[in-house]
Design a protein around this ligand. Structure first.
Ligand code: SME
Length: 139
């Protein structure tokens, strides 16, 4: 809740999507120390790497592929407690052990996904779902 308040302040007066995504990734990274946090934007028929914080990542993901492509296809948040148990998980980094992906939906269409990875198993829970979905709705 406190991070969400900071986030709202940070977004005030700034309407550019890339700027908002960039500062969102930075805020979440410094506040929670997740291994990787960032965005993939839907461009034509694939997800294209957007603003992020963390190590370099895979640049393009097809619909239905990996956790991100599955969240895009199913239009819903996916929490993965152990990435080794998610069929088709795309390992951009061997250090990533658990993951959450939240779709960003405008006019019923997924326009991007917010992805966070942790080097710890079972790191994301319902509290993360609640607040990250709030960010996804407002971004
Ligand atoms: N693990 C993701 C790919 C993106 S990275 O984690 C940054 C997936 O399976 O879609």
């Amino acid at each position: 809740e406190s991070v969400f308040q900071q986030w709202t302040g940070l977004m005030e007066g700034e309407s550019d999507t890339i700027v908002r995504m960039a500062n969102t990734a930075a805020l979440l990274k410094v506040c929670f120390g997740w291994w990787w946090v960032g965005f993939y934007r839907v461009m034509n028929d694939e997800l294209l790497l957007g603003p992020f914080q963390g190590p370099p990542a895979c640049t393009r993901i097809k619909t239905g592929k990996g956790v991100c492509g599955t969240s895009w296809e199913q239009r819903k948040t996916i929490v993965v407690p152990d990435v080794d148990l998610f069929p088709g998980h795309i390992a951009c980094s061997a250090a990533s052990r658990s993951e959450i992906v939240v779709p960003i939906i405008r006019n019923e269409t997924v326009i991007a996904v917010l992805d966070a990875d942790s080097e710890h198993l079972n790191h994301f829970d319902e509290t993360d779902v609640f607040w990250l979905e709030k960010i996804a709705k407002s971004i």
